[in-house]
Design a protein around this ligand. Structure first.
Ligand SMILES: NC(=O)c1ccc[n+]([C@@H]2O[C@H](COP(=O)([O-])OP(=O)(O)OC[C@H]3O[C@@H](n4cnc5c(N)ncnc54)[C@H](OP(=O)(O)O)[C@@H]3O)[C@@H](O)[C@H]2O)c1
Length: 419
């Protein structure tokens, strides 16, 4: 019997909530709390007749620690699942510490206002010292390590697909397949088509920030940074077919480099079509991806937030999106002194996801691992006071849960490598 407070009720949270309600023997009570309570109420009303999980709802501004603490003290959850935005990670962690409750999320902290001078000073120092310039990094949440340990609480960071399952695949390869891993390539392919000229598959602001930033990868103990979209490869994905993919910076590279220190190179690639890239470059060139507020007819607006209002809501893409995603990791390394290669991945069908939970596969592949991460914490399979990423825990029960709840693994012991 567990009570879980779920913060956020967008595309990813909606899938996670559907999945929690399918495992009502563990998730006996959930409270869905978000900025817009009407969305929580609508989802609760839809799910209530289908599940034994008792669902309540609440309104909360998760930027406000006091509001969060009041809600947590009132509801008394065993776990807080942060499936709002990365902007809220630190306030929700603060509230969990103040109230003595475990925490988890699906993406690492980044600030909403990247012009904030206090944040910018820390960011610029980190860019110089670490050598990559993405707005997000683990340092802000790793700084909570001692506080969570001292409180005897666990914070699980980044239990989505990537980050999340990608790191569990690495832990699995390290535990079962290799003595030493030499290289890791994380390949994120979305072969789906929603029929719109341009739309993002999850929160546009977070998504466009990520893909318009310089790319970077880890090689021989240091970061190598490259201009945005300047390393392109082609790969023939199982059940999707050949796609162009581009090297991006991605948060799990940072934790994997720390936790599997022998790895010589870690790269992350994501597929993009030419039309997406052309739209994105155009929007960037005219300033629509900017996070810096401007004055427009007497109002202050943030260009990327205005763009978000114009673009299709990612949660509306479900009925239109056809095709599959294929996300996984290719490894090279050694076992008993012999060179080996290994590929572990999942293929997920957009329309099947829509039929099951009313969402497309990008939200599904994030929401299912969020539920599975919560399941690991609530059933005690993963327990370690402190702040941890997925690869620090035993991958076996997590991958078993993913197999069972909708994201089964596939394996290839002789994959084509990425050059
Ligand atoms: N690890 C992965 O593989 C992966 C992949 C994709 C996404 N993600 C992460 O998943 C998370 C959710 O993404 P999404 O696409 O579901 O986003 P979304 O559809 O925009 O939903 C965000 C939700 O958070 C709520 N929210 C925003 N600010 C809030 C605040 N101050 N207080 C309370 N609630 C607030 C929103 O409320 P409103 O309805 O009022 O706007 C909305 O319900 C993001 O952190 C994203 O980075 C991870």
């Amino acid at each position: 019997m567990s009570k879980v407070l779920i913060i956020g009720c967008g595309g990813v949270a909606s899938v996670a909530i559907h999945k929690c309600c399918q495992v009502s023997q563990v998730f006996t009570d959930i409270c869905i709390a978000s900025r817009t309570k009407s969305k929580c109420d609508a989802l609760a009303a839809k799910l209530a007749p289908t599940t034994a999980t008792r669902i309540t709802t609440a309104q909360v501004d998760a930027d406000d620690v006091n509001q969060l603490c009041a809600l947590i003290r009132d509801y008394q959850p065993d776990l807080v699942m942060n499936i709002a935005l990365p902007y809220q990670d630190l306030t929700i962690m603060d509230a969990c510490l103040a109230c003595g409750v475990n925490y988890m999320d699906t993406a690492n902290y980044e600030p909403e206002n990247t012009d904030d001078p206090a944040w910018r000073a820390v960011y610029e120092k980190r860019c110089q010292e670490a050598g990559f310039s993405a707005y997000f990094d683990y340092s802000w949440q790793w700084a909570y390590q001692e506080k969570f340990k001292a409180a005897g609480l666990t914070a699980l960071l980044g239990s989505g697909f990537d980050p999340g399952v990608s790191q569990a695949y690495c832990a699995y390869a390290k535990k079962h397949i290799f003595d030493t891993i030499d290289t890791i390539d994380i390949l994120d392919c979305n072969g789906g088509d929603h029929g719109y000229p341009f739309a993002t598959n999850f929160n546009p602001e977070i998504n466009l920030r990520e893909v318009s930033a310089p790319g970077s990868y880890w090689e021989n103990g240091r970061w190598v940074e490259i201009p945005p979209m300047s390393i392109k490869r082609a790969y023939d994905f199982d059940q999707v077919g050949p796609k162009d993919m581009y090297l991006l910076h991605h948060e799990e590279i940072e934790s994997l480099a720390k936790n599997i220190p022998e790895v010589k190179r870690i790269r992350f690639f994501m597929t993009f079509g030419q039309s997406y890239l052309t739209h994105m470059r155009c929007l960037e060139n005219v300033g629509m991806l900017s996070t810096t507020p401007i004055q427009f007819e007497g109002h202050e607006i943030v260009p990327i937030q205005f763009l978000k209002a114009l673009l299709p809501d990612p949660s509306s893409l479900g009925p239109r999106t056809k095709g599959k995603t294929n996300i996984g990791c290719i490894f090279t390394g050694k076992k008993d002194g012999v060179e080996k290669t290994y590929y572990i991945y999942n293929v997920c069908d957009h329309q099947q996801c829509y039929q099951e939970v009313g969402s497309q596969a990008v939200a599904y592949t994030t929401g299912v691992p969020a539920m599975c991460g919560a399941l690991m914490l609530l059933t005690g399979k993963w327990s370690a006071p402190g702040v941890h990423t997925v690869e620090e825990f035993d991958p076996d029960p997590y991958l078993d849960a993913l197999d069972r709840y909708g994201l089964p693994r596939k394996e290839n012991y002789n994959p084509v490598l990425v050059d």
